[in-house]
Ligand binder design. Structure first.
Ligand SMILES: NC(=O)c1ccc[n+]([C@@H]2O[C@H](COP(=O)([O-])OP(=O)(O)OC[C@H]3O[C@@H](n4cnc5c(N)ncnc54)[C@H](OP(=O)(O)O)[C@@H]3O)[C@@H](O)[C@H]2O)c1
Length: 280
């Protein structure tokens, strides 16, 4: 098994490019134990970046993550997200404290604004900076920000401390390649690709299955290898099935040759122009 490649955040912190998503976890009580076990198995395999949010399962996904990381917090890069309506000067601090409690930890490695709402960005950044000063978060970032949102963030005092932008990105959603990824690359900011497997639907597309079969891999592995080969893209597939966790980890061993990359470009063409950032 090859090691999971790492990416440097703007502050120099090294983070594995393959992590674990948690959306839809915590929604059914009877599945909670299996979901925590799947996450723990992913940690065993080195996928130590875990993405969650106060929104997921109404806080119960964070509790499941708390169970999965028990006794091994030091080896985990913990990401959570604040709802836009909780992203005010005081409300973001209270929301973060609730997340920390559910996660049974004293700090987040990364705290993201889940998407942009009506609270002024300057207020959210001020709250994030307060949380950072207090040691409750080590760094912060955003999610679902298009270029104009990031450009506005860049004008704010401390706005350039943004560590990453988590966006919808996979072969079927290549819009970010037109302007967003180049903008972020020019500023040394890696992207975090959410729903990297297209929530499963992408994996059923016939051209992808043909490419995977020629490589002796699965469609999910091809998609993850395609994202990770870029070097500055983190991917956070969600897998509650332990066999999926193992298969996803093995994507790091898959090299896509020129003909596989050309076939992927033919089946999932890069953008031919600017499109608004897609989000779920
Ligand atoms: N910032 C945002 O607005 C935002 C939005 C969406 C998602 N996210 C984050 O990104 C994470 C990932 O996105 P997602 O959960 O929407 O979708 P996803 O990771 O693209 O897909 C998850 C689905 O794929 C299945 N799967 C996983 N590995 C597989 C494999 N090797 N073979 C076949 N099927 C496989 C999972 O099944 P099983 O669970 O049964 O294994 C699940 O049904 C989320 O969990 C969340 O942490 C963030």
């Amino acid at each position: 098994m090859l090691p999971i490649p790492v990416v440097n955040l703007p502050d120099g912190t090294r983070v594995p490019t393959l992590g674990l998503g948690t959306w839809k976890m915590g929604e059914q009580r009877r599945r909670a134990g299996d979901e925590a076990a799947a996450l723990a198995h992913g940690l065993d395999l080195g996928m130590t970046l875990i993405d969650t949010a106060e929104m997921y399962g109404d806080g119960r996904a964070e509790e499941i993550v708390g169970q999965a990381i028990a006794g091994r917090r030091g080896n985990v890069f913990m990401v959570s997200k604040v709802y836009p309506h909780n992203a005010g000067r005081r409300s973001a601090i209270a929301a973060c404290e609730r997340s920390l409690k559910r996660l049974a930890t004293d700090r987040l490695d990364l705290y993201l604004l889940h998407w942009r709402g009506s609270i002024p960005l300057a207020e959210t950044v001020a709250a994030f900076e307060q949380l950072r000063a207090d040691g409750k978060i080590l760094r912060w970032g955003v999610s679902n920000f298009d270029v104009d949102d990031l450009a506005e963030l860049w004008t704010l005092p401390e706005g350039r401390r943004c560590a990453t932008n988590q966006v919808l990105y996979h072969p079927g959603k290549r819009g970010p390649e037109w302007a967003l990824l180049p903008w972020m690359r020019a500023r040394g900011m890696p992207v975090m690709a959410y729903s990297p497997l297209g929530q499963g639907a992408l994996l059923r597309q016939k051209p992808l299955a043909a490419i995977a079969s020629r490589l002796g891999a699965t469609p999910a592995q091809v998609v993850l290898a395609w994202l990770l080969r870029q070097g500055d893209v983190m991917a956070i597939p969600k897998a509650a099935d332990p066999a999926h966790v193992v298969a996803n980890r093995a994507a790091c061993d898959l090299e896509l040759d020129a003909s596989a990359l050309a076939a992927l470009d033919a089946a999932f063409p890069p953008p031919a122009g600017a499109t608004p950032l897609a989000m779920l």
